[in-house]
Structures are given as structure tokens and as C-alpha cells.
Write a new protein. Structure first.
Length: 147
């Protein structure tokens, strides 16, 4: 029985080690790919500006009424915004595959939950926590205070 337990432990550690190695490689490849996409997006981006508009009320002197009017708030260069997102993604993949890799793998091994996240994702635990907080906040007269 001890031999099978040792074999199972060895196989588990090999799978975890291989998984970790592939994750590091995957994140490194994604970092390079997103950086290349970002550079290509900047290089190919034209000077197309997309107007972002807002509506406000203005006085129309001809009819002497207040009417809604649409004005341009800002002109956004959409390709550069997309490239910015790709650069942020490349940076995140680089950080995850290098500096923060160990904490990333630990986070995944925990099932992508922390103690705070698991408390909020379990409805029963969240209800008990909220009930306890409400009970503590209820004054002696039994009526909750207005928020």
C-alpha cells in the first residue's frame, strides 16, 4: 500500500511540475504574441478618430426653447486604444510568467480562491456573514437604522 501511495505522490508532483512549466511557457508566448499584436496595431493604425458624443440641453434662440443638442466630447483613436489593451495584456503575461509566477501557481492550486473570495462565493456563508453584520448594526429598539 505504501508503494502505491508513493507512486501516486510522484505522479502528482510530475503532473504539477509539468503543468507549471507549461503555464510559464504559455504565459511567455502570450506576452510575446500580445506585444507583437500591439506593435502591429500601432503600425497599421490610421488616423481614424471616433467621436464620443454627449447630449446636453441648450437654448435655441430662434424658437426660444430649451432642446437637447449633441456635442462631441472627445475624439478617440480606437486602434490605439486596442493597442494599449494589448500592451497591458503583454505586461500582465510577462509579470505572471516571471516575477509573480510562484504566487500565480499557488493561486491556481488553491482553486483560484482566497479566503475572502470563498466567503463571498458561498451563498450560505455570505448570508450568515451578512446576518451577523446586520444583527450587530441593529440598535436596541429592534429597528434597523436608515442608511
Amino acid at each position: 500500500m505504501a508503494t502505491s501511495d508513493a507512486t501516486a505522490t510522484a505522479e502528482t508532483s510530475e503532473v504539477t511540475g509539468a503543468r507549471g512549466t507549461r503555464l510559464r511557457l504559455w504565459n511567455a508566448v502570450m506576452a510575446v504574441l500580445h506585444a507583437i499584436q500591439g506593435v502591429a496595431m500601432v503600425a497599421l493604425a490610421g488616423s481614424v478618430l471616433w467621436p464620443v458624443t454627449r447630449t446636453r440641453y441648450g437654448f435655441d434662440p430662434a424658437t426660444e426653447t430649451i432642446a437637447p443638442e449633441t456635442v462631441t466630447f472627445v475624439d478617440a483613436n480606437l486602434p490605439l486604444l486596442v493597442a494599449g489593451f494589448l500592451f497591458v495584456s503583454a505586461t500582465a503575461h510577462t509579470v505572471v510568467s516571471t516575477v509573480r509566477y510562484d504566487s500565480y501557481v499557488d493561486y491556481l492550486d488553491r482553486g483560484m480562491t482566497s479566503s475572502e473570495a470563498s466567503a463571498s462565493s458561498d451563498p450560505k456563508r455570505a448570508y450568515v456573514t451578512a446576518s451577523a453584520a446586520n444583527a450587530a448594526a441593529t440598535p436596541a429598539n429592534g429597528r434597523p437604522s436608515p442608511v
